[in-house]
Design a protein around this ligand. Sequence first.
Ligand code: BTN
Length: 240
Amino acid sequence: MKKIVKTEIEKLLIAGNVRDVLVYDCIESTNDCALNTGATVFARTQTKGRGRNGRSFFSGEGGLYFSIALFFEENQIRLGSGALIPFSAGRLTVSAGIAVAKALNLFGIDAKIKWVNDIYVAGKKVCGILAERRGDIAAIGIGINLNSSIPDDLASKAASLNAPIDPNVLAASVINGFFHELASPDIEFANANCITLGKTVECEKGIGVAVGIDADGALLILIGDQTERLYYGEVRFLSA
Ligand code: BTN
């Protein structure tokens, strides 16, 4: 199975989007390293892989773990092209989810987005995304179960793609795609490929039916006769 190699990934990335690229065999968390250094960071394993809401993220051999660093100028993000885009947390996460799903589609994998930003294949989670900010740096951390051995206690919910995909090509496709989406997120794609839509869900706003994703990446939930916008947080499926 191929591994992430600094010179290979650097060749595949569109110039200017990322600053330094760091590749580790093992690190605590690529998000911490990206937030501390401003580099885009890859690791073959993580000892303290972090998920959303204080959860840990399984980060064993065979997975693809990386964090893309972004730089704020006041409340805008400077893209490699030099363009400044307004910051919105929803836009960051929706762009990352779209980029991962589209990259997997390129390899013939029917990947779906579970709002806010988990990626599912055949009903199981294959990828998690965690966006964090520290000062003027944000890290978009992406963990893909590419050829991982999923522990028994996670196997009912998570799966590995187990596909002969070069991680350098997949990661470059995600990162290049992410910067493209960030400038102009393909919300139509997100709506067409989101498994949350049409489901009865429970969230901090109450119980309702998820009906769409808006231009800011917010989930639209019909609660009674009101459409509520959920910008972040978890949703729990109450219907299959
Ligand atoms: C989730 O599913 O709750 C989000 C998981 C995000 C995991 C990735 S792996 C790379 C980066 N480093 C971390 O510590 N977390 C993210």
